[in-house]
Structures are given as C-alpha cells and as structure tokens.
Design a protein. Structure first.
Length: 75
C-alpha cells in the first residue's frame, strides 16, 4: 500500500516507489500492481507539510503531489 500503512511504522515512500520501479525496469518486470490509486494524493493536513500517523483510504498520509506515486512507477 502506498504511503502510510495500517501498521504505524510501515510507510511506503516515494523513494521506495522509485526504487521499486527501477528494479522492475532492471529485471524487465511486465507489471507492478499497487494499493490503492485512490490514495495517490496528500491528505489535507499533509499539504501543509504535516504527515499523518494513521492510514486512511482517501489519501497516502505522506507529503506528495497528486498522482506522484503513479509518476514514480512510470504511469
């Protein structure tokens, strides 16, 4: 799951996404699937630079631009 997970110390960051995309390209992976595209945006509080500490279904919980995970994965 992109961004904050339901386990407090598990966060899949944009750097993680870029690293995974580079690995997938290196080994010629045909597809990357991720949960959930609806979360590929900052939460309202995150737009001011404050990250959430919990997972929510409508935003990533990390400071980001809209669709930044999709772009990191090459989409």
């Amino acid at each position: 799951m992109i961004g904050r997970n339901d386990v407090a110390d598990e966060v899949f960051t944009l750097d993680d996404a870029r690293e995974l995309a580079a690995f997938a390209d290196q080994v010629h992976l045909g597809r990357i699937a991720w949960w959930s595209a609806a979360r590929d945006r900052a939460c309202p509080d995150d737009e001011t630079g404050i990250e959430r500490t919990d997972a929510v279904p409508t935003c990533s919980g990390v400071v980001q631009d809209d669709d930044e995970f999709a772009r990191a994965f090459g989409g």
